[in-house]
Ligand binder design. Structure first.
Ligand SMILES: Cc1ncc(C[n+]2csc(CCOP(=O)(O)OP(=O)(O)O)c2C)c(N)n1
Ligand code: SF4
Ligand SMILES: [Mg+2]
Length: 323
């Protein structure tokens, strides 16, 4: 695939709200589908897109409230394929852009899509700060253990020994453990899934969407072109095992003692330490206040002090002071 450096922002006619008096049209897959995806045949990202369409259709979100944002990479082409508000933004910088949108427009559903390079390498710092601030958004990371768009460089999640254009004799650097990074960073919803498991992907997207705060899903999504078969050990269709986290049901049964408490940070680290392919599902979830809610209180009290002036009036006042 060729690299796109354009920053494309699209608002299609379908994303305009109908007058309140008119009944809303059902949100269909057809309405949500934009351009035909340009990924290589067999790329794992197709299944992610299909799962996302299904979730939007199932949840019947107001069309004009859907926002998809991304950095740069094959996976980051996602916003082109979703008919809604969208931005294909700077490499690794989707989190800061999403933060502004989420804080300024809490009524919108902010979804981010991207790859392991975009999220954990160039954007790793932004990921940490979005997480610690607990800004409300859902970030879906398609992890293929390689830079796909730029044709096979070692990525932060490439395993040791992976031969690429940047490591012709095999990668020597310790890879990032996405789950550990996200737990340490302070993300309040952290899950792991696999692009061959559409139902599981949908469940994780829905749970992340329902969570108030910074929710992240790492999805193993195969790059059939530059790192084929890497996820076979986690794919039952290829003889692997897709083991799902058994979460506590709090039902006072002896078996529940062994189940995973998603609010227990140390237990989440223990899951994150399991050797590849590890387990899939929700590792961690916590109800810490979001920056959105904390900032809202502060904005409301400041607004009261100004006699409930509008944004425009406040801006005018600031300009007047500069005269
Ligand atoms: C500032 C900047 N640095 C580097 C690049 C080149 N670049 C484009 S995509 C990419 C890596 C993409 O890898 P990943 O995020 O894993 O996405 P994938 O293509 O694998 O889905 C790089 C290094 C760029 N576009 N901008
Ligand atoms: S290069 Fe890899 S990640 Fe990119 S579209 Fe092709 S298969 Fe998918
Ligand atoms: Mg990648």
């Amino acid at each position: 695939m060729s690299e796109t450096t354009t920053v494309a922002a699209g608002v299609s006619p379908a994303t305009t709200a109908p007058p309140a008096s008119e009944p809303r049209e059902k949100l269909t897959k057809k309405a949500i589908t934009a351009d035909h995806p340009t990924w290589c045949p067999g790329c794992g990202d197709f299944a992610v897109l299909a799962a996302f369409y299904k979730v939007l259709e199932k949840r019947q979100l107001d069309h004009e409230k859907i926002v998809t944002l991304a950095g740069i990479g094959c996976s980051s082409r996602f916003p082109y394929f979703v008919n809604g508000h969208g931005v294909h933004y700077i490499h690794g910088r989707a989190v800061p852009l999403a933060s502004g949108i989420s804080l300024a427009r809490p009524d919108l559903h902010v979804f981010l899509f991207g790859g392991d390079g975009d999220g954990f390498s160039i954007g790793g710092n932004h990921l940490d700060h979005g997480a610690r601030k607990n800004i409300n958004m859902t970030y879906f990371i398609m992890d293929n253990f390689v830079y796909g768009l730029t044709k096979k460089q070692t990525s932060p999640t490439s395993p040791i020994g992976f031969k690429s254009k940047t490591d012709p004799t095999g990668a020597i650097d310790q890879p990032v453990n996405p789950m550990k990074k996200l737990i340490a960073g302070g993300a309040t919803f952290i899950a792991r899934t696999h692009a061959t498991q559409v139902k599981h992907m949908m469940e994780m997207i829905e749970r992340a969407f329902d969570h108030q705060g910074f929710s992240v899903i790492e999805c193993l999504s195969e790059c059939v072109e530059f790192f084929p078969d890497v996820f076979d050990p986690a794919d039952p269709k290829k003889g692997g095992s897709f083991e799902v986290v058994q979460e506590k049901k709090w039902d006072n049964t002896p078996e529940d003692e062994l189940r995973h408490d998603v609010t227990d940070e140390l237990a989440a680290y223990k899951l994150a330490q399991l050797p590849f392919p590890g387990v899939f599902g929700v590792f961690y979830q916590n109800d810490r206040p979001t920056k959105n809610s904390l900032e809202k209180k502060w904005i409301e009290s400041s607004r009261e002090k100004t006699g409930n002036a509008s944004d425009l009036q406040l801006l005018q006042k600031t300009f007047d002071r500069m005269k």
